[in-house]
Design a protein around this ligand. Structure first.
Ligand code: 5CA
Ligand code: ZN
Length: 409
């Protein structure tokens, strides 16, 4: 699949900082030390509805990761998938009487437009699950050869017990895992499974549903976790720097994915950090396509909201916190954008050198975007109150806010 166009990332004076970030697997902060090419995989959308503010918040977090790395003059090898075949997508297409392929294409197109408007840097490889199927089949066959997979009425399951490190991404107890498995696409109650948590690797073709040639597996379609793993291993290999997604993906998705990859390669760990963004809520409940309590990026854009204000709303919340979307948080962001734009409209101002360092330090410290915004606020207030004599200070601020925060002033 093609991704979306990249916005320019201006180069900044001075030295970028190495990123220290929270890793779900160890429960603490890790300082990442990628080589000259940093590698990141971020789980993409299931395209059956438009991009909502929860999605945008999660992609904003990983956009910041990229921007911190780019500021250290590293290249970033960023991979993202599209879950373009899955039960909820097929169900929505059926409900609305539309073709599932057309629905996925339409929503993916809208997602690209939303990401472009928000200045989210595009992945280098943007890969659909369907196009990854030829690479998935041999991995499932290999897991079967290794004795890590078994068949149940034509479906193929992964045996979680085949990975000695299973459980070390999410660190949940058995009861919590079972509950989440049932809530998030698993089938712990299906009779005949070796372990209730075992996830499906390959689902035999069902009447009326799309299916593909699976070689020795028979016709069918892949399970969710192996899709992301096949794409990640193909484009990044093992031991990549960050596996990213919202906190609802820690279990089972990232736990299972890591186990698949670790058993397939015999290496550990799959990723150096498992990074999870908090959940955005609306009216007290997690924004979700299945509940329908959504604020869409495209809806706000249609209403004439400046994408930079949407972006500032996201940045005003620490990526790991759960927060609530309200009209007030958007109003605050619009006000802030107005103040910043007024301040940089004068070419001269107070020196911006310290500000650039403050933004860098805030982001390198577990992506503390709210602290970065507070630093820009202080500079903008000073500029408006007292002005300044540093020629070109506003240009430096504009470039720093663009390069590090993705906000166009
Ligand atoms: N296609 C799978 C991942 S392979 C998927 O989870 N798709 S999704 O469309 O449901 O979500 C896309 C991303 O947005 C995931 O990282 C998910 O964790 C995140 N996300 C979904 N809802 C929210 C929310 N309310 N707040 C924050 N992030 C969210
Ligand atoms: Zn995924």
């Amino acid at each position: 699949m093609h991704a979306w166009p990249a916005s320019e990332v201006p180069a900044l004076p001075g030295q970028g900082r190495d990123l220290r970030i929270h890793d779900t697997a160890t429960g603490g902060l890790v300082t990442l030390d990628p080589g000259p090419v940093a590698r990141i995989y971020v789980c993409g959308i299931t395209p059956y509805d438009a991009t909502h503010m929860g999605h945008a918040a999660t992609y904003n977090a990983f956009d910041l990761v990229q921007r911190v790395w780019l500021d250290t003059k590293r290249q970033v090898h960023y991979v993202q998938n599209v879950t373009d075949v899955d039960d909820p997508l097929l169900e929505r297409a059926e409900r609305d009487g539309v073709d599932w392929v057309a629905l996925a294409e339409k929503e993916t197109t809208l997602f690209r437009e939303d990401m472009t408007a928000l200045r989210m840097l595009p992945p280098k490889h943007y890969i659909g699950a369907v196009e990854a199927i030829p690479g998935i089949v041999p991995l499932v066959e290999r897991l079967r050869e290794l004795g890590a997979a078994y068949e149940l009425d034509g479906d193929v399951y992964f045996s979680v017990e085949s990975d000695p490190h299973f459980g070390q991404v999410s660190n949940l107890d058995a009861a919590a895992m079972r509950l989440l498995s049932a809530e998030r696409g698993g089938d712990p109650d299906r009779p005949g499974k070796k372990n209730p948590l075992d996830p499906m690797l390959w689902m035999a073709a069902r009447e009326g549903e799309p299916s593909w040639d699976g070689g020795t597996l028979g016709r069918g379609r892949p399970g969710w976790h192996i899709e992301c793993v096949a794409i990640a291993l193909d484009h990044l290999g093992m031991g990549f720097d960050v596996q990213g997604g919202g906190s609802d993906l820690a279990f089972p998705h990232h736990e299972m994915g890591a186990s698949h990859a670790q058993v397939l390669t015999g290496e550990f760990p799959m990723a150096k950090a498992y990074v999870h963004a908090g959940m955005v809520a609306l009216h007290g409940e997690k924004m979700s396509k299945s509940k329908g309590n959504l604020v869409f990026v495209s809806g706000l854009r249609r209403d004439g909201v400046d994408p930079a204000a949407i972006r500032l709303t996201l940045l005003a919340h620490h990526y790991r916190s759960d927060w609530e979307w309200t009209d007030q948080v958007l109003r605050d962001a619009k006000d802030r954008l107005g103040r910043w734009r007024a301040a940089v409209s004068q070419p001269d101002g107070p020196s911006a050198d310290a500000l650039v360092e403050e933004i860098r330090a805030a982001l390198a410290d577990d992506l503390d975007a709210p602290a970065a915004l507070a630093a820009v606020d202080r500079w903008a207030d000073l500029q408006q109150r007292e002005g300044g004599t540093d020629t070109g200070a506003s240009g430096v601020v504009t470039r720093a806010v663009d390069a590090l925060l993705g906000v166009a002033l």
